[in-house]
Design a protein around this ligand. Structure first.
Ligand code: NAD
Length: 353
């Protein structure tokens, strides 16, 4: 019999499809804003300037200094630029780093946000903000963090390099996997997570073979939207905690770390969440962790933390940091379990569960 559940509703307006960026100026006007500051990373300053051109006189500036893991000093500079510009809304174009900066400004100023994701990281639909200060990353959730409008224009993803495409897709799948066994999971987020995994399973190999194939990119972007939405309404567990420690305290790159860790954390949890994760094994084949590892390898993802520059000595410290505070996870664990998961991911072993 199905358990009772709470479905919180989806509060963000979503525009999905080819050419949807054409509607950015209308969306700004519909939100009731006459002035917006456009955000990006330095790499995507050209994209941000193109958005500013579309907005015309409503664009009062471009702040192209977003950085991974949302350092608070960058956010403070961005807030000063936002206040000086007289803007009341931010429009962010880029991956999770730019979306993070949009959220950091919004939560400090009350600004509305329109975000235009160009990776599959999945921050755009969530009320989660992770910020870094003094080498520590802290995460909080609050409704004021959630963007008002998200524009998923597949045309902006056609040039995402294949290596980033693959790691970013695995980052999205990680949200779906942890969503399935979350303590506050519900049948809607389960449906979204599993549909997303089927979209990635079918779409990602096609994108790897033909990166500018709009139909395959659309399938993958749709999967990213589903995973981001699921992440926005349920709690995360061991996998996100470990990636958070590896990114925040060891400076490892976000998407690659998720891609490498996912088969190991999913395999570890498959023992305790066998019913919830059984569909994952059916989608990717083999065992939960083994199937995900095979999928990652077949698409050319990195498989070893050692290749990201982490040393074997770092593993003990990472295990110590990650086991300092307890948090919900389907399978109970201790410091030794974490050290063993990290060791397997460091060596690039194929999980058996
Ligand atoms: P990113 O945003 O740092 O992007 C990586 C690089 O790729 C950047 O230089 C970016 O400008 C560039 N890029 C982005 N799209 C491109 C495209 N289409 N073509 C070419 N280059 C492109 O990396 P990411 O993996 O998207 O995001 C990682 C960040 O997002 C981390 O800080 C992470 O903590 C955060 N995140 C937050 C949440 C949340 O819910 N709060 C969820 C997922 C990720």
């Amino acid at each position: 019999m199905m358990d009772g559940f709470v479905f919180p509703g989806i509060s963000t307006r979503v525009l999905f499809g080819s050419g949807t960026i054409d509607r950015v100026a209308d969306e700004l006007a519909t939100l009731g804003h006459g002035k917006a500051l456009v955000l990006s990373t330095p790499n995507q300053q050209g994209d941000a300037e193109a958005v500013a051109t579309r907005l015309g006189t409503a664009a009062v500036g471009v702040f192209a200094q977003a950085e991974m893991h949302t350092p608070t000093d960058v956010s403070e500079r961005a807030v000063a630029a936002f206040r000086d510009s007289g803007a009341t809304c931010v429009v962010g174009i880029g991956g999770g780093s730019t979306v993070g900066l949009a959220k950091a400004i919004a939560t400090r100023t009350g600004a509305d946000q329109i975000v235009i994701p160009t990776t599959y990281a999945g921050s755009e639909m969530t009320d989660i903000l992770g910020e870094t200060s003094g080498g520590e990353k802290t995460t909080r959730r609050d409704p004021s963090i959630r963007p008002e409008v998200v524009i998923y224009d597949v045309d902006l993803t056609l040039g995402l390099p294949v290596d980033m495409t693959v790691t970013s897709a695995l980052n999205a799948i990680a949200h779906g996997i942890e969503g399935l066994y979350a303590t506050d999971a519900n049948p809607i987020t389960d449906m979204m997570a599993l549909d997303a995994m089927r979209a990635f399973r079918d779409g990602l190999p096609r994108v790897v073979a033909e990166p500018a194939n709009t139909e395959a990119r659309t399938q993958v972007l749709y999967g990213a939207w589903l995973c981001s939405t699921a992440l926005g309404y349920v709690s995360m567990a061991l996998h996100h905690k470990l990636c958070h420690v590896l990114g925040g305290s060891f400076g490892l790159p976000h998407a690659e770390t998720h891609a490498i860790m996912l088969p190991h954390t999913a395999g570890f949890n498959a023992v305790a969440a066998s019913e919830k994760l059984a569909p994952v094994a059916r989608i990717f084949g083999g065992s939960v962790g083994g199937g995900l590892w095979d999928f990652a390898k077949a698409n050319g993802a990195p498989l070893r933390l050692a290749d990201l520059g982490l040393t074997e000595a770092d593993l003990d410290r990472a295990a110590e940091i990650a086991s300092r505070n307890p948090y919900a996870n389907p399978r109970p664990f201790d410091r030794e379990d974490i050290r063993s998961i990290l060791g397997a991911a460091w060596r690039g072993d194929r999980p058996t569960t």
